[in-house]
Design a protein around this ligand. Structure first.
Ligand SMILES: [Zn+2]
Ligand SMILES: [Zn+2]
Length: 301
């Protein structure tokens, strides 16, 4: 199973010289199971735009040439905050004949994900409606206790504490590998005791890679204690408590520069005490192949 990051930022996209190495796009990750054509996309943040370019093989050296192929993909959306859905209107494959996107996300009170997507993607917010796109798009609500399957991949869904609406986490298992995606996670107020909700541990248990919210320092968290996120120390606590093999720090705060993320990674590595095999700070273009001995294959674009 290969995991590639296209958007690693939380809350709001950023650009500029302070963000060139880790990238400024919001949450979007591609998972490709070995031996299957299937593509699974985690969240639809602004990283979806470069993901589309990547799938098209866009080559700026060749005057922007691209290979316009339709896409069949399963999309797993954690929740409906802007930083997790804003890329959809700008995803080239969504407006392409022959594409099929099966989008899963948190069930809404009126049972209608369709109505929610139509609300944010229609005039006056965007010139065309979601149903005007040329791809075949289906939307499916999840309550958080489902198990889905997709061409050799088992997808377990769990509820994750956050703020402002039902939020999901996903565990993907393929052949002998597993990856868990928890993009936004409200730490409990007693997080420094090491407490992790049992449901979170169950979703993450023994996974090969945990991709986890790492938005705040302790000081930042104390100022934004109920904003729906956690400290990068808590990301390590969750990984250790659930016996994860490796951890990717994710959902970087828009106020954290590349140099600050370097320091965050160094401080988490120091606190690891050899428990986890690998710890990464996720960056745009980073690929992790869980079936390879040495995990980082490439920074691919
Ligand atoms: Zn978010
Ligand atoms: Zn959120």
């Amino acid at each position: 199973m290969k995991v590639t990051f296209f958007g690693v930022r939380g809350s709001c996209p950023v650009s500029g010289p302070a963000f060139t190495r880790y990238g400024g796009n919001t949450a979007c990750v591609l998972v490709e199971p070995h031996g299957f054509e299937t593509k699974i996309i985690l969240d639809l943040g602004t990283g979806l735009h470069p993901l589309g370019d990547h799938l098209d093989g866009l080559d700026w050296q060749l005057n922007g040439q691209r290979n316009l192929k339709p896409l069949t993909a399963k999309v797993l959306v954690t929740h409906l905050h802007w930083d997790h859905i804003q890329g959809l209107p700008f995803f080239p494959q969504a407006n392409r004949e022959g594409s099929r996107l099966e989008i899963y996300g948190p069930l809404q009170e009126d049972n209608s994900l369709v109505r929610i997507y139509h609300r944010f993607m229609s005039p006056p917010f965007f010139p065309v409606g979601v149903w005007d796109l040329k791809a075949s798009i289906s939307l499916h609500g999840l309550s958080g206790n489902e198990t889905l399957t997709e061409n050799g991949v088992t997808i377990k869904v769990g509820v994750i504490p956050h703020q402002g609406g039902l939020t999901l986490g996903y565990r993907l298992e393929s052949d002998t590998r597993s990856v868990v995606y928890i993009s936004d996670h409200q730490a409990p107020l007693n997080w420094e005791t090491g407490y992790v909700p049992e449901s979170v541990i169950e979703l993450c248990k023994d996974c090969d890679l945990l991709i986890h919210d790492a938005q705040y320092s302790v000081d930042e968290f104390n100022q934004k204690i109920d904003w729906g996120h956690c400290t990068y120390d808590y990301a390590l606590t969750v990984a250790k408590a659930s016996n994860a093999k490796s951890l990717a720090l994710f959902h970087h705060d828009p106020y954290h520069s590349d140099d600050q993320i370097d320091q965050i990674l160094a401080s988490v590595l120091e606190k690891n005490d050899g428990k986890l095999e690998r710890i990464y700070a996720a960056s745009e273009g980073m690929s992790i192949d869980l079936n390879q001995q040495s995990s980082i294959l490439s920074t691919s674009f």
